[in-house]
Design a protein around this ligand. Structure first.
Ligand SMILES: NC(=O)c1ccc[n+]([C@@H]2O[C@H](COP(=O)([O-])OP(=O)(O)OC[C@H]3O[C@@H](n4cnc5c(N)ncnc54)[C@H](O)[C@@H]3O)[C@@H](O)[C@H]2O)c1
Length: 368
């Protein structure tokens, strides 16, 4: 059972990965929430599939339990959903010593983590992350928050959990599209880490079983280890944490151009990663050979994605608007080769336009 400790200045916390980790989960709860009340929040879909099992696990240990179910979907990352959580916690007279548990994907851990960060100026919390994207990304690193009319994740706080549980048995019920979306972020880490992870992703895809728990454990382990090491060096995203945005400048613009909810975030990231790799080789021609294998992997993954027509000009416009609005210049995380990211700005527009066109033509040909 792999355990990765996220080492931060204020202390460390464990991320436990595996499919027989109930005892470890209970012992972490015992350490963190023994003589206090435990407030458990569930994503609704996850609750319907696994909620009773978790509740009876907790009840068997006489954990004092107050459960709250959150409607599934991005809409729950809103001020109104947050308000309902505040009402529940404050009506239940939560105290500073109590403990909050968030069980769900990134929506739940972002929302509940933010409620934990802000209620009574900060309550300790733990995450049972239940989606692949949550396990490798959203639940790791302490970024919590909600969306605002002006954009995604604009209200938030850094508030680290006391532990994160990644039970690969929970992934068995995750829809295939959600698995692919999570895989998008794993492939991003492949670009950042290099061949160690790329080899594992290739093996995983070759085997063709998206729900192979052993293989998933490896992918999650390598991804969390990498994200943990970056967060440890740059908890507040002042410098190298930005590398984690590989593929995201394009990916966010794709989501925005299509309208949120058509492609899942991680699906858009797969296309965004391909655009970033194409741009990388145009910016630095000597990288072409080194990037060939990673680029081929990304091209192969396009076949998992539903196809929606996208106009390059609209995508480029959205990329510019978003940045200008926040007074930033257009910056990209690019690769010299897998494992060697760098930040590029002030690029010639033609290079960006050509990369977007090339990438969208491939998506059109391969998407389904
Ligand atoms: N905080 C961060 O650092 C960070 C990083 C990346 C993404 N995010 C955020 O994460 C969110 C996306 O997370 P997500 O992809 O996990 O989405 P999600 O939380 O909406 O979950 C995806 C879907 O899977 C369902 N689900 C969850 N667990 C399940 C299970 N075990 N079996 C069956 N169904 C299950 C949910 O009900 C939902 O329909 C976005 O809001 C994004 O902004 C945050």
């Amino acid at each position: 059972m792999p355990q990765i400790n996220i080492m931060l200045k204020a202390g460390s916390y464990p991320v436990v990965i595996g499919n027989r980790i109930d005892n470890k989960f209970l012992s972490l709860l015992k350490t963190n929430a023994q003589n206090c009340r435990l407030f458990v929040f569930f994503d609704a879909r996850f609750y319907a599939l696994h909620g009773k099992k978790i509740e009876s696990l907790l009840e068997s240990k006489k954990q004092i339990l107050e459960s709250f179910v959150i409607p599934s979907g991005e809409k729950s990352k809103s001020a109104s959903a947050l308000e309902r959580i505040y009402d529940f916690l404050l009506d239940s007279k939560i105290s500073r010593d109590d403990f909050i548990l968030a069980c769900g994907g990134g929506v739940t851990t972002d929302l509940v983590g933010y409620a934990a960060a802000t209620t009574l100026r900060g309550i300790r919390w733990g995450a049972v992350s239940t989606t692949l994207l949550g396990m490798v990304d959203a639940a790791i690193g302490g970024k919590t928050g909600i969306n605002h009319e002006s954009g995604k994740n604009l209200i938030g706080a850094f508030w680290q959990p006391s532990f994160v549980i990644c039970n690969t048995a929970h992934l068995q019920t995750l829809p295939e599209r959600e698995m692919i979306a999570g895989l998008g972020e794993v492939i991003k880490y492949g670009g950042l880490i290099g061949n160690d992870l790329i080899n594992e992703i290739e093996k995983f895809l070759k085997k063709g079983d998206l729900y192979d728990t052993r293989a998933l454990e490896k992918l999650i382990n390598l991804s969390v280890r990498y994200k943990g090491s970056i967060v440890a060096q740059d908890e507040r995203e002042k410098n190298i944490r930005m590398f984690l945005n590989l593929g995201h400048t394009f990916g966010h613009a794709i989501e925005k151009t299509l309208g949120y909810g058509k492609l899942l975030h991680g699906e858009a990231i797969i296309i965004g990663l391909l655009a970033a790799v194409i741009l990388s080789r145009k910016v630095n021609r000597t990288s072409a050979k080194a990037l060939y294998r990673y680029e081929s992997l990304l091209k192969k993954c396009l076949r998992f994605l539903p196809y929606f027509p996208l106009k390059p000009a609209e995508l480029l416009k959205n990329m510019q608007i978003d940045k200008k609005r926040f007074g930033q210049e257009l910056r990209f995380v690019l690769l010299k080769r897998p494992g060697k990211p760098f930040i590029a700005s002030g690029l010639k527009p033609k290079l960006i336009i050509d990369s977007v066109k090339e990438c969208l033509a491939l998506y059109k040909a391969e998407g389904r």
